[in-house]
Structures are given as C-alpha cells and as structure tokens.
Ligand binder design. Structure first.
Ligand code: ADP
Ligand code: ZN
Ligand code: ZN
Length: 737
C-alpha cells in the first residue's frame, strides 16, 4: 500500500499547496489537519501547516520529499480557523500558507512549541537540610538556602534577584541536589460565578432596544450596525452584551482599532468583569501574544480584545463578535494578505453562527449601505448617554484671511476666549513636523525627496528634512543646494510650527503637542494625557492620534486647522475620511454644562459636502455621499480590485500591467465575464523609495463577477514572464487608490 501524502500550506507567496511524505518513522494515519510540520524546502527548512491527507499526488513518488518532524500533537489551527483562513486566502487572492502565517502568533510560525510560558521556580529539595556538612565551609550557599527555605512554595525566577538570591550559589546548590527547579503547571482557572466586578449602568431606552435586538439573535448569525454618536453609550451596550454572553458560558471577541489602545478603552473592560481577558495587540511581547492566543484557544480566556489580527484567535466557545469603530482604516491590512478585518469578521460570524455588532459614530459608507439595504440590522443611539450637549459646527472661510502658522485671526480669538473662561481647547492638524516643504526664496528650489515624487518635511526640533513616504532623512541645509543663497523659508505648517505659534499667542497656557514625534518615548503619551485630564485650561494640539479613543471632558472648543485636503483628492474615499475625521475629533469634546464648538478652517467653506456635514450631521452627509457613489458607479455600488506593480525602471511596471491587461481580456473572452479594466496608469505618487509604481484598476458590478476573473487571471499572472521583473500585488477591495 502506498504511503499517504501530506498536503501542506507553506509560508510562500505561491498560490498552491505542497505535497510531502510523512516523516520516515511515523504512522501518518492519525495526523490531523491543522498541525504544524517541519519540512525541507529548497535548501531551507520551513514550518508548514497540514491542510489535508490525500492518497495521490501529481508529483512522482520518487520526487516527493519527506517531512522532517511533526511539531504538534493537537492541531494549533482548529477546523473553524482553517476554514476562515481558506476563505480569506481565496477572497483576497493570497496564498493559503501566507494567510495562515498571518493568523498564527509569530512564535508558532517559527516552529516554537505551542506551550504557554512556564516560569521556572526554585525551591529547597525535600531531603535537603540546612546543616548539611557540605555547606560547613560555604556560608553564602548556606545563606541562600536559608532564604529559600522561607518560601516553601518556591521562588519564581524573576524574583531571585529581588530576594538577593545569588545565581551562582543557587547553581552550586542545584549541583549538590539541595535545591530544585520546577515549572508550575498551568491550571485552568474555573470561571467565576459572578462575572461583574462593578455594577452595570441602567440602559436608557435606545440602549435597551439595541441590547434586546442583539440578544434576540444569540446563538445564530446576525449582523448589526450600532450607529451612535460619540458618548451615546455604545461601549456600555457592548459590555452588557458581553456579560450576557459570559453568563451563557461563551466567549466574546472584541476588535479595536490599532491606535485605540489607550488605557481608557481597555480599562472599561478589565474593570467591569471578573473574567479572564486575553489581550492581543502590537505592544505585547511575542510570548505574551502566544500565551493569550493559547489561553483563548483552550477556552481559558473569556474575552479576547485585540487589534486587527486578533480576529484569527481560535475560540472554541465563541458567542459574540464586536467591532468597535468599524469605520477605522486600520482594520484593513495594507501589505501581504490585504484583508479587511471587519469584512472577514462578518464571514467568521456567519461561519460560526454568532451575532456580530459593528459600532461607530461615523459608519463606513459600505456599512451604511448594508444597513440601508437591510443586510445589517440598524440600531441607533441618537442621544449622548451622560447628557452632554451636542456640539455646534462653524465653518470658517479662510479664503481671504492670512494664516500665521496655519492659524487665522478669528480662530486665535476664539481660542483665547475659551482659555480665558477656564476651558481646554483641542487643535487638530493632521500633519507632523514644522512645515511640509522648505523653499528657497531666491530661486524657488523646493526640498524634494531624492527617492520619491514628494517633498521632504522640515522638522525644526531635530534640524532635519524627512520624507514621510520613504523615511529618507538629511540635515536641514544651511544654503540653497541650487543657488547657494541662504534665504530658505518653510512653507505651510505642521504641528511643530502650530505649537510654536500657539505658544507665542498664549504664553500663559501650556501647549501639549501630541503626535508620533512628541510621543516616541514610552510613557510620554500617558503623561501628556494625564495632564489634560487634570482639567486646567490648556491647548491640546495634535494629529489623528488625538482623534481616536480618548475622551476629553473639559475641552469645549475644537479647532480643525485644515479640512481642505479631503475635498479635492484623486481618491474617491477622501471626502468620507475627512467627514469621519471631523466628526471623530469633534466627538472628543463636550460636557454637560458647556456646549461644545467646532471651528473648521477651510478655503472652500461653502463646499456642499462640508455644508451638509456641518449643518445636518454625518448621516445626511453619508446619504449624499452614497448617492454620489451610486451615480459614479463606485463602491459600494461596484467592486474593485487593484493590481499594483513597481520596478526600478518606469517602463517595466507599465509593461507588466499592459501584459496583465491583455491576459485579462483574453480570460474575459473565454469566461464571458464583464469586468472593466481601467488603466494601467502611473500611481498617484509614481516614484516612491526609488521605485516606479503603476496600477491597473478592475471594476465589476458584483463580487461574483470580479472573482470569476481574478482566480484564473492570477494563476496566469504568476507564470507570466514579465511578472518576474517587477514587484506586484493584488488588492481586492482596495482602500487607497
Ligand atoms: P460611546 O462608546 O458611544 O462613545 P460610552 O459607552 O463610552 O459611549 O458612554 C459615554 C459616557 O456615558 C460614559 O461615561 C458612560 O459611562 C456613560 N453612560 C453610558 N451609558 C449610560 C447609561 N445608560 N446611563 C448613564 N451613563 C451612561
Ligand atoms: Zn535657491
Ligand atoms: Zn521619500
């Protein structure tokens, strides 16, 4: 009888599986899909995941290689997760192996054992005696043994130094058999009988209705949009839904945006429940992530909270998925597997038959469309829960008003008034650095990046020019590189410059700048935020880091220095993003006793979208924007995929895309599919980090139509000769065009 064949997914971009023979000494019958194996691959070794065991391979038996080692007894990728990954791989047109890599914690990907870290602890051996004659002339060892003897349950490794237990003496004692090192066995903590560590709030009528609607669908798939203004109590609804899930013995999965790791959000969950909460986000160490992943997968975590990739955590008793701030762009991965965690979460909810709640104050247009067409149940929270007044929007036309460092005269006045009456002000400018470009006043030289079609930003504090696209850095020139004159002037304003100006305008008040540069050192952000929370009048100035997740109850004035980039952009999503940003920033402010004000500086203060947003709110804006999308045949009324290519020479990328276009036309003729091919054209920023980039856009009326072409087309592209001379990738449902 011939040997069974192991079909593996390997971390390789190739969209196929790889066949191996079982390791020589092994009975392969009981190998389950989802376990990892170490296999030879070319001259290297790779960790692969067993997808299926088959009886026949297309490769001649003599050519098949044997796997080297089986790494798991039990599948690390349980069936439901494998199924989810298969979907993701086929929808986003990525190799299954790379998709699984994306799902697994790094340590598992590297072949480490699927074990939680077990801290060694040191204790006195049972038969050891303090008056052991071997210690008569070793006072230090005797002393160490004495200290250790005071801890009958042993001392964990990390505390040895603190108890002044000398490592050398311990090792000598170990050699004599007088002490032992053990590892604690992880014992599963029994779920607590009382889940609440803190009383729940009484839900208001709207919250209650939302809660009841989701509860009614417990145990089955149903999608909900929880559409509620900032502060309307969405989080309270999540918390109470999770409580109900815990009571029914199930697990909850909560996804939060990348930047929303502010302790504020997390502490709401940890303070509310006596539950085992597993945290999965980029600030955690690899071992911590593995521990959290395994705890969840063994059913020993009750709640999993994490960013995008936490979606892949195996949960044997999954009962509810919550996607907080579902509109947030950090849910879309921008390289490798270009998945959208919100969209994939919907698939997971469907596959595992659980309800899913998407919450936002500014839902994505795609999500709103799904709510309008009834695919999602639309739940509204229109009132601020804690009774804070709604904010008032003011459009400030700066067409004929001079700006100094981005700030107009009337705005400065308004800021001054707010400060003088003891309030805090938030100034939003989504541009780091001092000025977006440095210019020679004599010859017009501009600080261009040598590697990109972009300007280098002046950073005054570090005395550098930095490219925000490729990271290229050079010292600020003292003279113009072209004409040698010294009159170099910064044009425009970033946060550094606005900070300087605000400091001059309001010397009596602190200006707290919050952006990636000012918060690079660990703990700085927390320090700055806690200064704000103390409530003294101050100016908070920052980028989108300020727009998410935080609540500043003493801010009554929000100033948006520049709303124009969103109004006229090549990217059709720019206006949506601008509107979300304005509403989200505005939502940081507000308190019960002083109505909030949002002042928006714009050169196009009468732009219809801006007017609508300010006068009728996000919902009206979104309705209008959706109508425009429909008229233009853009998502969500069409489905897109973007083929990107880059190469050191401009022609190569375009040549490849031209070939890709021909191939697609040929396939279309065979399949009878109707996908519009737009391009190829150079990318909006053609040169970036020294590479020339181009793109081909595919547009179809339905997902099905699009995918009918994509699958066979990509197989053809992989073998296409010109594809080897470029770097290319396909982005299904691209977010940036
Ligand atoms: P969101 O998540 O929509 O921004 P939160 O859940 O954070 O809103 O609620 C905003 C504020 O209102 C919080 O301080 C919260 O404690 C309070 N809150 C929420 N629901 C209620 C309620 N039913 N009764 C009283 N206060 C509430
Ligand atoms: Zn010059
Ligand atoms: Zn650059």
């Amino acid at each position: 009888m011939s040997s069974p064949i192991l079909r593996l997914a390997l971390p390789s971009p190739l969209r196929r599986l790889f066949d191996y023979l079982p390791p020589p000494s092994l009975v392969a019958d009981d190998l389950q899909p989802g376990i990892r194996l170490l296999v030879p691959f070319g001259r290297r070794q790779m960790v692969g995941v067993l997808v299926e065991v088959v009886s026949h391979s297309d490769i001649a038996p003599a050519k098949l290689k044997a796997a080297l080692e089986v790494l798991d007894e039990q599948p690390v990728i349980p069936q439901p997760l494998l199924r989810l990954c298969r979907f993701a791989a086929s929808y986003w047109q990525h190799s299954l192996g790379d998709t699984l890599s994306c799902a697994l914690p790094l340590l598992l990907r590297q072949g480490e054992p699927a074990r939680r870290w077990q801290e060694p602890f040191w204790q006195v051996a049972e038969q050891a005696r303090l008056d052991d004659p071997r210690l008569a002339r070793a006072p230090r060892q005797r002393q160490v043994l004495q200290v250790l003897a005071q801890h009958p349950h042993g001392v964990p490794q990390r505390l040895l130094a603190r108890l002044q237990l000398n490592r050398e003496s311990l090792n000598l004692l170990l050699g004599k058999g007088l002490v032992e090192v053990k590892t604690h066995r992880h014992t599963a903590v029994a779920p607590p009988a009382h889940w609440l560590a803190q009383p729940e709030l009484t839900l208001n009528t709207e919250q209650q209705a939302a809660f009841a609607a989701v509860q009614a669908k417990a145990g089955e798939f149903a999608a909900f949009l929880l559409d509620g203004v900032t502060g309307s109590g969405k989080t309270e609804v999540y918390l109470q839904l999770i409580h109900a899930i815990l009571q029914s013995g199930k697990q909850a999965l909560v996804l939060i945006p990348e930047i929303n790791l502010g302790p504020q959000t997390l502490s709401r969950f940890t303070c509310r429940f006596n539950a085992r909460i597993a945290l999965l986000h980029s600030a955690r160490s690899d071992q911590e992530r593995l521990d959290a992943w395994l705890a969840a997968s063994l059913g020993e975590a009750d709640i999993v909270i994490g960013t995008r990739s936490a979606l892949f955590t195996p949960l044997p008793r999954l009962g509810l998925i919550v996607i907080d701030e579902e509109h947030d762009s950090s849910y879309k991965q921008q390289e490798g597997l270009r998945y959208h965690a919100r969209d994939l979460a919907l698939v997971r909810a469907q596959q595992e038959a659980v309800p899913i709640v998407l919450g936002s104050a500014t839902p994505a247009l795609e999500t709103l469309h799904n709510a309008q067409t009834g695919r999602y149940q639309w739940l509204h929270l229109a009132q601020r829960a804690a009774g804070a007044a709604a904010v008032r929007f003011i459009r400030l036309d700066i067409k004929s008003r001079p700006l100094d460092s981005g700030i107009s005269e009337p705005l400065a006045k308004a800021i001054g008034q707010a400060l003088a009456s003891g309030q805090q002000v938030l100034v939003f400018l989504n541009r780091r650095g001092f000025a977006p470009v440095l210019c020679c006043h004599d010859c017009g030289w501009l600080s261009a990046c040598p590697r990109c079609d972009a300007r280098m930003t002046l950073h005054q504090q570090s005395g550098e020019l930095r490219c925000h696209h490729c990271g290229h850095v050079k010292p600020r020139p003292k003279q113009c590189p072209d004409c040698g004159q010294v009159d170099l002037r910064p044009l425009g304003a970033g946060t550094e410059r606005a900070e300087q100006r605000l400091g001059i305008l309001f010397p009596d008040y602190p200006v707290l700048r919050i952006d990636r540069d000012s918060t690079r050192r660990k703990g700085t952000l927390e320090q700055l935020l806690s200064r704000v929370q103390r409530g003294k009048p101050c100016i908070l100035l920052g980028t989108q880091m300020l727009a998410k997740g935080h609540h500043f109850p003493r801010v009554t004035l929000v100033a948006i220095l520049d709303a124009d980039s969103g109004l006229f952009s090549a990217d059709f999503r720019a206006a949506e993003r601008m509107a979300q940003q304005i509403v989200q920033v505005a939502g940081r402010a507000g308190r019960a006793d002083a109505p909030g004000q949002v002042i928006i500086q714009s050169h196009f203060a009468d732009h219809p979208l801006l007017v609508q947003l300010c006068e009728q709110g996000y919902a009206a804006f979104a309705r209008q924007a959706l109508q425009e999308r429909k008229a233009a045949g853009l998502p969500p009324f069409a489905h897109l995929a973007l083929l990107r290519a880059e190469a050191p020479k401009p022609k190569r990328a375009l040549d490849f895309l031209d070939n890709a276009c021909l191939l697609a036309e040929k396939q279309q003729a065979q399949l009878g599919s109707r996908v519009e091919l737009l391009g190829p054209i150079p990318a909006p920023m053609e040169r970036r980090a020294g590479k020339y980039r181009a793109q081909l856009l595919l547009k179809a009326a339905s997902r099905r139509e699009l995918h009918r072409l994509l699958a066979p087309w990509l197989v053809a592209l992989e073998t296409e000769h010109s594809s080897r001379r470029v770097r290319w990738s396909l982005d299904v449902d691209p977010m940036d065009l």
